[in-house]
Design a protein around this ligand. Sequence first.
Ligand code: HEC
Length: 150
Amino acid sequence: MKPVFVCAVMFLIMLSGCDRGPKSGYGFRLPDGDIDRGQVVFVELECNACHSVGSVEQLTTANPDSIISVKLGGKVTAIQTYGQLVSSIVNPSHRLVGRYPRDQVSNDNGESLMRNYNDEMTVTQLIHLVAFLQSNYELRPYQGPRDHLY
Ligand code: HEC
């Protein structure tokens, strides 16, 4: 066997091993939440200070220069799992959204500018929030390059 091939196989084994490591999300399952209650929570916790989603407009603030505006929901080519959504909410710096310039969404230390809710949000609120957010994403399967249609 070629050494390159052996390395590739070992790398894949390592990767799949990571999937079930102590820090993997394997086995994580939230109860199903309620979309309407999630929208109420979204407004109550003022998530719309920095986000717009669906029919919930972003709150306008006194100082437009400091407005953070990150759109949630919309058409996506890969589903937002609740694992990703929960991580974005309870651990926002874990992975920053890639579609905005870094300096608009993080501070000098690379931490997310999102407010931390971990000491005030109940698990029930989180469950409903995730159901609400998920309902605002519309999955558009990747269609490939649109050429040679006929
Ligand atoms: C002070 C502003 C601010 C508030 C308030 C805020 N966020 Fe955020 N949020 C951000 C910023 C900035 C980002 C992008 C950086 C990042 O990925 O963490 C973000 C990212 C997110 C993402 C990931 C978006 C994506 O496309 O991957 C989710 C989900 C989210 N926020 C949900 C919430 C929810 C739910 C609340 C209310 C409980 C909330 N946010 C309150 C600023 C805020």
